[in-house]
Ligand binder design. Structure first.
Ligand code: 1GP
Length: 251
């Protein structure tokens, strides 16, 4: 089962960009979810990412099932912890925090959760997860108990991503953290994008469509936006249009 991953690599080959709306199950009720679904369908959103560093409630399954029964936009889990696995989703970002040096998040939690992750039947996408300093501590930088990569150290990000790819990661996700004050600089995105062949996901603190556009120009393949959309649902349309306006020629 590799439908979602195939769609990502095919889009990358064609130089097309994807837009993903991040949904934190704790922050949405059914009416809000319905509105997000409606606007996302209208805007041609490519994926829903569902998860968060702290999912406190137990309605992850409900949230995923509600999305799945109301639209055909693929649901990809973005788990903040091994408990955030729902068999109703389409795929799972199987994250290893390669920017940190916390063995629990590199491999420990994976070992503990492996049997039920495998049993879930989800499409598993091994993802090198890199947390970049977003200007002030974010939930992910605190919870991960690992230093983020400084935003001006493009070469560290580049080498980390290259190592991740050579270790077999199928995606690289660079994240400034939800609600980051500073999103990831284009210079760093460019440094990483030029040195890897797998799709590159960028998120954290993106609040303006212009930034999403510039990130795609710099080499991002997927743009993820959560916070800004929670505050203003109308951004879905503008963000999606900005992302989809970019096509990069691949050689
Ligand atoms: C966080 O990359 C995501 O992990 C999205 O961040 O909520 O700041 O858009 P925002």
């Amino acid at each position: 089962k590799s439908l979602i991953y195939s769609s990502l690599t095919e889009k990358k080959r064609l130089g097309r960009k994807s837009f993903a709306v991040l949904i934190d199950p704790d922050k949405v009720n059914k009416p809000v979810l319905d509105q997000l679904i409606k606007l996302s369908l209208e805007a041609g959103v490519d994926y829903f990412l569902v998860g968060g560093s702290l999912v406190i409630s137990d309605h992850l399954d409900d949230c995923v099932q509600h999305i799945k029964s109301n639209c055909n936009i693929p649901v990809v889990l973005f788990p903040g912890s091994p408990s955030q696995v729902s068999k109703y989703a389409d795929a799972l970002l199987y994250l290893s925090l390669i920017s940190g040096r916390n063995p629990e998040l590199l491999i420990g939690q994976h070992v503990v959760s492996a049997p039920f992750v495998k049993k879930s039947g989800l499409e598993i996408m091994p993802t090198g997860y890199m947390v970049i300093d977003g200007g002030a501590p974010t939930t992910v930088s605190y919870i991960s108990n690992a230093s983020p990569i400084p935003a001006n150290k493009g070469e560290i990000a580049m080498c980390t991503a290259m190592a991740g790819e050579m270790l077999g990661m199928k995606l690289i996700y660079m994240d400034a953290g939800s609600g980051a004050q500073q999103p990831i600089p284009e210079k760093m995105i460019q440094a990483v994008a030029q040195h890897i062949d797998v799709p590159l996901i960028i998120g954290g603190g993106i609040i303006e469509p212009e930034k999403a556009y510039l990130n795609c120009k710099a080499g991002a393949d997927v743009i993820v936006v959560g916070n800004a959309i929670e505050k203003d649902h109308s951004l879905i349309k503008e963000m999606s249009a900005a992302v989809h306006s970019v096509t990069t020629v691949t050689v």
